[in-house]
Design a protein around this ligand. Structure first.
Ligand code: ADP
Ligand code: MG
Length: 564
C-alpha cells in the first residue's frame, strides 16, 4: 500500500497530460484514519464516473457493536451512513470543475425500504467499514486537471468521511433509535408465525404515499386503525406493547367501494416484506417475508411450468404440465405466477383484482350453466384458494371490490370504508347464504417442480458479458431483455442491477442441466448469505450501486428470462 503523499506526487506528475494517464492512479492509499481505494478509472471525462472506495477499521470507525448485532440492525446502520455520506457529498459535488462529469461525487441514495447495499458494508465481526462511491475525475476538455482532483481526494472526501463514517460524527440517540427500530421490526416478523398471522399493521400507520412518483408518506392522511375484532397486541423488545391489525393466516378478503383505500392497504402489505425507515409511516407494517404479489402479465414468457391445477385441455392441445409460451395470456401468465410462487416457497399470496385476469379469478354461476366445465380450460383461482391454504399452507390476501364470489371462501372479510377497515365477516357470510355455492373442481394435485435448465454455453465462453439496468423496468444481459416491471415488490433499481449480476452468475456457474430451479436458487442464496455481494460479483469486483433482492425476486427474474 502507498501513502497519500505518493498519490499527491503522482497527481502533480500527470497534471495536464492526456486523460488516460489517470489510469496510473489505480491502487490503495493510506490516508489519516482510512484507506482510499481507486478501484476503477473512467476512460474519459464523459464516461461513467470512476469508482472509489473508503476502508475504515472497526476500531477507528468506533461504532458500538450493540448497534449492529443483528443483521437487520447492521443493514439499518449501513443505510444511515450512506445517507449521511450522500448529504455531505451533495454539498461538494461539482465544486471541482471541468468538462463532462468532472467533479461529480456520489453514493447510492437509499429509499424508504431498508436494503443491504454494496454502497456501504459493515463487517459484523470486525466492524470494518467499506464505503463505495463514484467520482468524476476532472479534466479540461480531455486534458487532466489534477489540481481539481487533488481538492476532491485531499479536501472534499476526507471532510465528508469525517462527518459520515465515524461514530463521533453522530448523535448517539439517533443511532440507538435506528438499532432499536430494526430490532422491533424483526421481532414483529418473528412473532407472525407463532401468532398465526400473515401480516401486522400497527394502529397509527400511514399507508398512502405522497404521489405516484414519491414514496414519502402522504401528509394529512387518515391514520390506520384496526377493527376491534382483529386487534392484536405484540410486545416488542424496545417499544414495548404495540397494537394493530393482525391479518390471520387463511383467506382474507379486502372489499369496499372504489377509492376507499383497498389497493393502498395491499400495496403497504406488499412492501411490508422489507423494513422501512423511521418516519415512513409503515415502520410497523410487517408482512410474512415470503409474501408474493401475483398479477396478470400478458406477453411474458413461461418455461416448463406445471399449470395443470388451473389450466387443462387447451384448444390447441398444448401441454399444461410442462407449459411453455413466449407470449402468455392474462390467465396463463397468472396461473404460471401462482405455481412459480409456490415453487419459490412463498407462504402468502397478495392479489388485487385491479391487476388480475378476471377469468383466472372467478367464473360466475350463470356462466357455469351456459358454458359447461368440460369446454372451459380454466379452473379459476376461487376453486383453488382453500386448497392452497389447507393442503399447502399458503394464505391469500385478496382485494375484490366488484365480486362477492369469494365470500364463501374467505375466513376473514375486511371492508375499507373511507380508509378505515371494518370486519364484516359475519355479515357478509350471512348474506352469502342466499347465494348458491358453485360446484367444486376436482381436487388439485401437487404441481411438479422438477424442471431443470442447462447452462448457456455462449455466456460461459465469453469473458465480458454486456449488462444493463433499465431503471425499474428490467435488465438486459448479452442484449437479451428481461422484463421485470411486474415484479411489483422490487423496491429499488439497484436490486435490478444485482439481479443482472445474479443471472449472469447463474448462467455461467450454476445451471447444469441437473439442478432444479429451486436448487439453483438455493445455491445462489447460500452464496449471498455467506459472502454477500462478493459471493456473486467476486471479491474484487463488487461495485457501488447494488442492492439485495429477495429469494422470490431472484426466482421471478429467472422465470422471466427467455433464454432459460
Ligand atoms: P381503491 O383500491 O379502494 O379503489 P386506493 O387504495 O387506490 O382505493 O385509494 C384511492 C385514493 O385514496 C388514493 O389516491 C390514495 O392515495 C388515497 N388514500 C388511500 N388511503 C388513504 C388514507 N389512509 N388517507 C388518505 N388518503 C388515502
Ligand atoms: Mg384499487
Amino acid at each position: 500500500m502507498k501513502q497519500s503523499s505518493e498519490l499527491n506526487r503522482m497527481l502533480r506528475q500527470i497534471d495536464h497530460k492526456g486523460y488516460p494517464a489517470y489510469k496510473q492512479l489505480r491502487g490503495e492509499y493510506q490516508f489519516p484514519g482510512y484507506v482510499l481505494g481507486i478501484d476503477h478509472v473512467q476512460g474519459d471525462p464523459f464516461a461513467a464516473p470512476s469508482k472509489v472506495s473508503i476502508h475504515i477499521k472497526g476500531k477507528q470507525a468506533g461504532f458500538p457493536e450493540a448497534l449492529y448485532r443483528l443483521p437487520c440492525q447492521k443493514t439499518a446502520l449501513e443505510n444511515v451512513l450512506l445517507r449521511q455520506m450522500g448529504r455531505q457529498l451533495h454539498k461538494m459535488s461539482f465544486q471541482a470543475k471541468g468538462s463532462g462529469k468532472s467533479g461529480l461525487m456520489s453514493v447510492s441514495s437509499p429509499g424508504q425500504e431498508v436494503l443491504p447495499r454494496s454502497g456501504c458494508q459493515l463487517d459484523q465481526e470486525t466492524g470494518d467499514l467499506v464505503l463505495r462511491m463514484e467520482v468524476g475525475f476532472p479534466a479540461n476538455g480531455r486534458t487532466i486537471n489534477a489540481r481539481e482532483l487533488e481538492k476532491i481526494l485531499f479536501d472534499f472526501i476526507p471532510e465528508s468521511v469525517k462527518r459520515s463514517l465515524y461514530y463521533q460524527a453522530f448523535d448517539p440517540d439517533q443511532l440507538q433509535n435506528t438499532a432499536e427500530l430494526a430490532e422491533d421490526q424483526e421481532a414483529i416478523r418473528q412473532q407472525l408465525p407463532e401468532r398465526k398471522l400473515a401480516a401486522f399493521v400497527a394502529n397509527g400507520s400511514i399507508l398512502p404515499r405522497e404521489s405516484g412518483v414519491s414514496s414519502r408518506p402522504m401528509k394529512q392522511a387518515v391514520a390506520f386503525q384496526s377493527p376491534q375484532s382483529m386487534e392484536v397486541e405484540l410486545t416488542l423488545p424496545n417499544r414495548g406493547a404495540i397494537r394493530g391489525m393482525g391479518i390471520p393466516l387463511g383467506v382474507t378478503l379486502i372489499v369496499g367501494g372504489g377509492y376507499h383505500g383497498k389497493s393502498t392497504l395491499l400495496k403497504a402489505l406488499e412492501l411490508g416484506v422489507y423494513n422501512h425507515i423511521a418516519g415512513d409511516g409503515r415502520e410497523y407494517v410487517i408482512t410474512d417475508q415470503t409474501a408474493m404479489k401475483l398479477r396478470a402479465e400478458d406477453g411474458r414468457s413461461v418455461k416448463d411450468v406445471d399449470i395443470s391445477l388451473f389450466i387443462n385441455n387447451l384448444p390447441n392441445g398444448k401441454d399444461t404440465v410442462k407449459f411453455c409460451t413466449e407470449d402468455a395470456s392474462g390467465s396463463t401468465s397468472q396461473a404460471a405466477g401462482v405455481v412459480e410462487a409456490m415453487e419459490a416457497g412463498s407462504r402468502v399470496f397478495l392479489i388485487d383484482e385491479d391487476t388480475s385476469a378476471t377469468n383466472f379469478m372467478i367464473r360466475d354461476e350463470l356462466m357455469q350453466r351456459v358454458v359447461h366445465r368440460d369446454v372451459e380450460p380454466i379452473t379459476p383461482y376461487i376453486e383453488r384458494v382453500r386448497e392452497l391454504y389447507e393442503m399447502f399452507g399458503i394464505s391469500t390476501i385478496l382485494v375484490a371490490g366488484s365480486s362477492g364470489s369469494y365470500f364463501h371462501k374467505a375466513d376473514c372479510i375486511l371492508q375499507m370504508n373511507r380508509y378505515v377497515p371494518a370486519d364484516i365477516t359475519d355479515f357478509a357470510k350471512e348474506e352469502a347464504k342466499a347465494f348458491p355455492v358453485l360446484e367444486e373442481a376436482p381436487k388439485m394435485a401437487q404441481p411438479s417442480f422438477a424442471r431443470v435448465f442447462a447452462q448457456n454455453r455462449k455466456l460461459a465462453g465469453s469473458d465480458r458479458v454486456k449488462m444493463k439496468t433499465m431503471g425499474m423496468d428490467g435488465i438486459s444481459i448479452d442484449r437479451e431483455t428481461v422484463d421485470l416491471r411486474y415484479l411489483e415488490q422490487l423496491a429499488d433499481p439497484e436490486q435490478l442491477t444485482m439481479l443482472a449480476q445474479i443471472l449472469k452468475y447463474a448462467e455461467i456457474n450454476v445451471f447444469d442441466g441437473k439442478k432444479t430451479l429451486a436448487e439453483v436458487v438455493d445455491v445462489l442464496e447460500d452464496r449471498l448469505k455467506k459472502l454477500g455481494f462478493a459471493g456473486i460479483c467476486g471479491e474484487r469486483n463488487v461495485s457501488s450501486g447494488l442492492a439485495m433482492p429477495r429469494r422470490q425476486e431472484i426466482f421471478g427474474c429467472l422465470n422471466r428470462y427467455r433464454k432459460l
